[in-house]
Ligand binder design. Structure first.
Ligand SMILES: [Zn+2]
Length: 90
């Protein structure tokens, strides 16, 4: 028996990038934000963080666009994820 997992089709305005394009976008966003976390100004462990989370709106959000992304460190990114998941911050 074959189990088929339904794959949700993203909304038509949703941008999904290839790993190469994603890296390019990250560099652009990091340059714009000065290679530091927009929340705590940490310059280590930077990652691309979404303003409107991918999971929100069933993939109908703007997705991986320059406007929708900010430079955050892993700590703040994790905090943001936790916050979005509805769990309380410590
Ligand atoms: Zn931070």
């Amino acid at each position: 028996m074959t189990i088929v997992y339904p794959i949700k089709k993203p909304g038509k305005d949703h941008v999904k990038l290839s790993p190469y394009q994603y890296k390019k976008l990250a560099e652009k966003v990091f340059d714009r934000d000065g290679w530091q976390c927009v929340d705590c100004e940490n310059t280590q462990m930077l990652t691309l963080s979404h303003k409107i989370h991918k999971g929100m709106g069933g993939g109908k959000g703007p997705g991986d666009t320059e406007d929708n992304c900010v430079c955050r460190c892993m700590n703040c990114h994790d905090e943001e994820e936790r916050h979005l998941n509805g769990r309380k911050k410590k």
